[in-house]
Write a protein that binds this ligand. Structure first.
Ligand SMILES: *Cc1c(COP(=O)(O)O)cnc(C)c1O
Length: 404
């Protein structure tokens, strides 16, 4: 591919107009939207309105003028990206906290089943939270096994299978239909972590027969740093599970001020305390920027961007740990390199922001909503230059910052 080839693809790209929705420095090639999505202009305006007008002028009246319904209203906007129905999704909490709530609920649902099955090398918070959740339920434990042994680890003691759909390091994607069916055959529900999937790959929780899911608001969805997260419970589970963090906002009548807890019907029971209105305002505006995105074109462009960087990696002789088959991966590409940290930092200095996942992966996120083919082609050229000229050997690139 040449620069002209990439420009020709941009000229006919149906997603090209969407880039203007985001605040992106002109000279930057941002390949980290899988870790923190950029600022949608609409989110800046929504936060300004939520502070100056709603908070500043409406004060407490804001709760009856849209704040109270924000978690379920935003859930309805998330549903199409998940392949779920509106009454199955709510926005709030963090991915970690939502994992905890759903894992404890699943463990308590069937006292004969005590084991959370998961994958070694899963995203750390998933395993840490699983251990914490198991610690709260007598007799419960976590069985984390390597990827190829997950199916065999399922059995009559499985309370829930906890999997991250797209792996944060390799971008490897589980077959959601097959793994959900395997868990169901063992009599257990599946909890899918969709942090690297939502807005990155097609999802159809309904068709897969999925049970429970969580996901991240600040990655591909661009909801802002620490944005409220996703919580999904399939309709058939909703009256059977209870939120262990049973707070007043999940009560059937929060302003009835009763001593005894009675869960709200549907997804509102997964609320705990007062929702974070400013965070929800940013997330809602970010989701509105997704409403008219042609999703089939988005997935196709993601695959094309991947191929451009994969080709650059091949020319450099880099080991690509991400599957080539678009159906078996997410929307980032990871290369193995013994000096991946220094390489990542030298790329940042050259205007290409990706990230490093220890010990040896350079991870580059591909977000078709606002990246051009030419930018990704240019990133590939810069990668080749940095590998050839070895500026990454400069000691200033080898020091490890707190966030990589
Ligand atoms: C990013 C990510 C999280 C983040 O959890 P937080 O509670 O938002 O910090 C969780 N799980 C996976 C798989 C992730 O990729």
């Amino acid at each position: 591919m040449t620069r002209d080839d990439a420009r020709a693809l941009d000229a006919v790209d149906p997603l090209a107009p969407f880039r203007a929705r985001f605040a992106l420095p002109a000279d930057l090639i941002y390949l980290d939207g899988n870790s923190l999505g950029p600022l949608p202009h609409a989110a800046r305006a929504a936060v300004a309105d939520a502070t100056a007008r709603q908070w500043g002028d409406r004060l407490i009246r804001g709760w009856n003028e849209g704040w109270m319904d924000a978690p379920t209203r935003i859930g309805a906007k998330l549903a199409p990206l998940l392949g779920a129905t509106a009454p199955e999704v709510i926005a709030g909490g963090s991915t970690s906290a939502n994992l905890f709530r759903l894992l404890v609920a699943a463990l308590r649902h069937d006292p004969a089943r005590r084991v959370i099955v998961s994958e070694t090398g899963n995203f750390p918070t998933d395993l840490h939270i699983a251990a914490g959740a198991a610690g709260c339920v007598p007799g419960a434990s976590v069985r984390a096994v390597p990827r190829d042994r997950v199916m065999a680890a399922l059995g009559p003691d499985t309370a829930v299978l906890l999997l991250t759909h797209v792996h944060y390091r390799t971008a490897e994607r589980w077959d959601m239909v097959a793994l959900t069916a395997a868990a169901h055959a063992a009599g257990a529900p599946v909890l899918w972590d969709l942090s690297h999937s939502t807005g990155a790959v097609p999802l159809d929780l309904t068709a897969a027969g999925a049970d429970l899911a969580v996901g991240c608001g600040y990655k591909y969805l661009n909801g802002g740093p620490g944005a409220p997260a996703i919580l999904y419970v399939a309709a058939r589970w909703q009256e059977r599970l209870s939120n262990p963090l049973s707070g007043w906002m999940g009560h059937a009548e929060p302003f009835g001020f009763a001593d005894d807890y009675a869960p709200a019907p549907g997804m509102r029971r997964w609320l705990t305390g007062t929702p974070s209105v400013l965070g929800l305002a940013a997330l809602e505006a970010a989701l509105d920027a997704w409403a008219d995105v042609p999703l089939a074109a988005l997935w196709a462009k993601g695959a094309a961007l991947f191929d451009i960087l994969a080709a650059a990696g091949d020319r450099a002789g880099l080991e690509c740990v991400t599957p080539r088959d678009p159906a078996r991966r997410g929307s980032h590409i990871s290369f193995r390199h013994p000096h991946a940290l220094a390489l990542s930092q030298a790329l940042i200095a050259a205007g290409v922001i990706g990230d490093f996942r220890g010990p040896d992966l350079l991870r580059l996120g591909l977000t078709p909503l606002y990246l051009t083919h030419e930018q990704v082609w240019r990133a590939g050229e810069i990668l080749l230059e940095v590998l050839a000229g070895e500026p990454w050997r400069d000691p200033r690139f080898t020091a490890r910052p707190a966030v990589t």
